[in-house]
Design a protein around this ligand. Structure first.
Ligand code: AHR
Length: 535
């Protein structure tokens, strides 16, 4: 790893040099499924920003995760951990949301600029009631984005901030030439403006961001957005703080605020350009109750049902948005998603540190299948959160600093070929299914896309006991299999630790081709990708 501490993982970050074949969980029996994919019928582009990330001042996400400080023994550039940067670059990380979350509405950006030893401290009241010394601030975040090659998504403070404060932050970051904020930025060592494409107008305004009513926030969003100006050639994509789960009334209030009303076709997205929503996955009980690594089979299936239910939620928000904005000019952004388990024993409950198993990998893979299908309206998604918090890509050991890549990380890496690719229609003609309560649950989830003469198929077998033989009729374009990859484990509770970093890691998937039919056998609770070369 360039310049960094060697990751405790023997799988190369680009997915090559994989161990031969990991068989996964022994199957009780094998079921069958049939799928048709039209390789020659292209749909909307799957924005790479659906693979976005989120880093909050929460627990060990920033401090100990991204940031170790310049004096650390862990290899770093200007205090930023290089092994974390390398691991995320291998995912093609498209954007990074910061500084929160709930923290964003408590954050005053001027406390995080200038000489570090002179920066005032604050209490991080939402997350552990610990002292935040502001040593990671605006310049450090922008340096991190530069190292990652990721677009910054800065989330401003509506809850406890002012319009002027937010307006000046935009000016400080993005204005060139001469101005009061430009002078301040220059005094802090940065001559040129940065490019900031994405701007959040507060967070969870219905809750930690101010406990507002929808109409109150909708008006504030218009007001704040007005003063978040485009400076020079920096054009902001302003994202209003949206609903929790399927709170459609919240979305409707924002759509009324951003458009000129039902049936009116002028000036949609005039004030802000997108609306967010947040969706967390749990095991059917509530967040923060089920342990990450010890769960029952029932809880596993309940998790899969909850994960796939995001399809209903996106459909419902989209239907509301379609009524006001039939041309789909306003974007929908899911800027917090992922699993939320009980914190690991012995860790600060306010730090939201949880392990990450093959179950989490399948939550990620099924979310992506859903996200791909909604690519026309859904323009961005950000997993919560990138390092050491909730459904993380990366876990770092607080004592040794060792870095572990989680099963979720591998799903992001294996799906990288979907970034900015065009959705291909995939029709599941038959699949085994089960039910969770009264809700039917199909045990096969798929999606497919095409880009530059190649296609990528993603397949998840959600069954815990049975392997799944999938026959895919790949129509319209002659193809060859370039590579099949499998993410499987002896047990869906399997996870990676510094001692066993590759307990869950990609291996080779065997593929069989007869005419236009591709056959693969997926072990129980497994995720797989097949890369095709198209002629
Ligand atoms: O991701 C953790 C927290 O969950 C975020 O700060 C908040 O927006 C959400 O409630």
């Amino acid at each position: 790893m360039a310049g960094g501490r060697k990751a405790t993982c023997n799988v190369k970050l680009d997915g090559t040099d994989e161990p031969p074949v990991l068989q996964g969980r022994a199957a009780m029996t094998t079921s069958e499924a049939r799928v048709v994919v039209d390789l020659d019928v292209t749909g909307p582009t799957i924005s790479r920003h659906l693979y976005g990330h989120f880093a909050e001042h929460l627990g060990r996400c920033i401090y100990g995760g991204f940031w170790v400080g310049e004096n650390s023994e862990i290899p770093n550039e200007g205090g930023i951990r290089l092994d974390v940067v390398e691991a995320l670059k291998a995912l093609g990380i498209p954007n990074l949301r910061w500084p929160g979350g709930c923290f964003a509405d408590d954050y005053h950006w001027r406390d995080g600029i200038g000489p570090r030893e002179e920066r005032p401290s604050m209490i991080n009241s939402h997350w552990g009631d610990v002292v935040e010394d502001n040593s990671f601030g605006t310049h450090e975040f922008m340096a991190l984005c530069d190292l990652l090659g990721a677009d910054p998504y800065v989330n401003g403070n509506v809850g406890s901030g002012t319009v002027r404060e937010m307006s000046e932050w935009v000016e400080y970051l993005t204005r060139g030439g001469e101005s009061p904020m430009v002078s301040l930025r220059r005094a802090n060592g940065r001559e040129e403006p940065w490019r900031v494409p994405f701007w959040g107008i507060g967070n969870e305004a219905w809750g930690c961001g101010g406990h507002m009513r929808a109409e109150t926030y909708a008006d504030l969003a218009r007001q704040y957005a007005t003063y978040c100006r485009d400076h020079g050639d920096n054009t902001l994509y302003r994202i209003a703080a949206g609903a929790a789960d399927d709170d459609l009334a919240w979305t409707e209030a924002l759509m009324k605020a951003v458009t000129c009303g039902l049936g009116c076709r002028t000036s949609p997205k005039h004030f802000f350009q997108a609306i967010s929503f947040h969706y967390y996955t749990h095991a059917g009980d509530s967040i923060a109750t089920t342990p990450a690594t010890t769960f029952s089979d029932e809880q596993y299936y309940a998790t899969m049902a909850k994960s796939l239910d995001i399809d209903r939620v996106i459909r419902a928000h989209s239907a509301v948005m379609d009524a006001y904005d039939p041309d789909r000019q306003v974007g929908l952004v899911c800027d917090e998603w992922g699993t939320w388990w009980k914190v690991e024993e012995g860790t600060n409950p306010g730090f939201l540190y949880q392990q990450n198993t093959q179950r989490d990998a399948l939550v990620a893979s099924t979310h992506f299948d859903v996200f791909h299908r909604h690519a026309q309206r859904l323009v961005m998604a950000n997993i919560a959160q990138t390092v050491n918090v909730l459904q993380a890509m990366i876990l770092t050991d607080p004592d040794t600093g060792a870095l572990v890549l989680t099963p979720t990380y591998h799903v992001f890496e294996m799906n990288r070929g979907h970034h900015d690719a065009q959705l291909l229609p995939s029709h599941v003609l038959s699949t085994p299914s089960t039910s969770v309560g009264d809700t039917p649950l199909d045990l096969l989830s798929v999606s497919a896309s095409r880009r530059d003469g190649s296609a990528l198929l993603s397949l998840s077998n959600l069954a815990l006991e049975d392997a799944l033989e999938v026959s895919l009729d790949l129509r319209g374009v002659p193809f060859e299999v370039a590579r099949g990859r499998l993410l499987a484990a002896e047990d869906p509770r399997a996870h990676n630790t510094p001692e066993t970093p590759d307990a869950v890691a990609p291996s080779t998937l065997e593929t069989r081709v007869e005419g236009t039919t591709l056959r693969v056998t997926l072990p129980p609770a497994a995720f797989a990708t097949v890369e095709l070369t198209l002629s």
